[in-house]
Ligand binder design. Structure first.
Ligand SMILES: Nc1ncnc2c1ncn2[C@@H]1O[C@H](COP(=O)(O)OP(=O)(O)OP(=O)(O)O)[C@@H](O)[C@H]1O
Length: 242
């Protein structure tokens, strides 16, 4: 019998504390190749802390993060080499550099051959070809957001982490984003996203993991999670019905 490959991302028993505050308390979930998983939950639930722990930016008190079955590297280049790319809530673009130069940053760090051609093809894929020579800081927010996505996708990550990708976007841009996420997962890559935009999550996620006060309170298909009374209660700030 063939053993299935290890999950692209496996988070197990993660505990993170900031001083006296327990931000994550025994969080476990997996993301497999070709799967899109959304991490949702009220403000302060611990979503960004999960991302930061996956990327080695915060050190867990307990628990493990494994990428493709191996312990997750903690440095940015190590993560890129392990096939992990991330977008940030604040985008983190180099505003004075051109769009092309921004997308070249990870490709240069990885010494990808034909980096310029690869950057151009990624920009074309995301409808940004005409903006390649523009300084990133001069673009409107939706285009800057697409540049951040292009930069994350350029190095062909096996695991793509998206921090509030739909935030601040209008309907047309959200439609385009949903299509891009579908294409990325359809090509066999794993996607983990943190998002408040419920309609977008319902459209793109295969599975949803719901966090509240640092704990996983529900996980499953969008339909299962949507009807879960504990999830409804968490969002209303009420005690879950027993
Ligand atoms: N560096 C830090 N130092 C101290 N407390 C922190 C730090 N980072 C996060 N926290 C706290 O940890 C908890 C989880 O925060 P986190 O940002 O992960 O939540 P979130 O679900 O991403 O929230 P939001 O939806 O508002 O972005 C919160 O109580 C937050 O105040």
């Amino acid at each position: 019998m063939n053993t299935p490959p290890p999950p692209r991302l496996s988070v197990s028993g993660l505990e993170v504390a900031f001083g006296g505050l327990t931000a994550l308390d025994g969080v476990s979930f997996e993301v497999r190749d070709g799967e899109t998983v959304a991490l949702i939950g009220p403000n302060g639930a611990g979503k960004t802390t999960v991302f930061n722990a996956v990327c080695g930016l915060v050190k867990p008190r307990k628990g493990t993060v494994r990428i493709g079955g191996r312990p997750a590297p903690s440095r940015p280049t190590g993560l890129l080499k392990a096939g992990v790319a991330r977008t940030l809530q604040g985008l983190g673009l180099f505003e004075r550099m051109t769009v092309l130069e921004n997308v070249l940053v990870p490709l240069t760090a990885l010494r990808v051959p034909d980096a310029v051609a690869k950057a151009h093809s990624t920009l074309a894929e995301l409808g940004l070809a005409d903006l390649a020579a523009r300084p990133a800081g001069t673009l409107p927010y939706p285009e800057r957001k697409r540049v951040a996505l292009a930069r994350a996708l350029a190095a062909d990550p096996k695991l793509l982490l998206l921090d509030e990708p739909a935030g601040g976007l209008g309907t047309a841009d959200i439609d385009a984003l949903a299509e891009t996420v579908g294409r990325v997962a359809g090509s066999g890559r794993a996607v983990l996203l943190v998002e408040h935009h419920v309609d977008f999550v319902m459209r793109v996620a295969d599975r949803i993991v719901v966090l509240d006060f640092g704990q996983v309170i529900a996980s499953g298909t969008p339909e299962a999670v949507q009807g879960d009374p504990a999830v409804e209660a968490a969002y209303l700030g009420l005690e879950a019905a027993a």
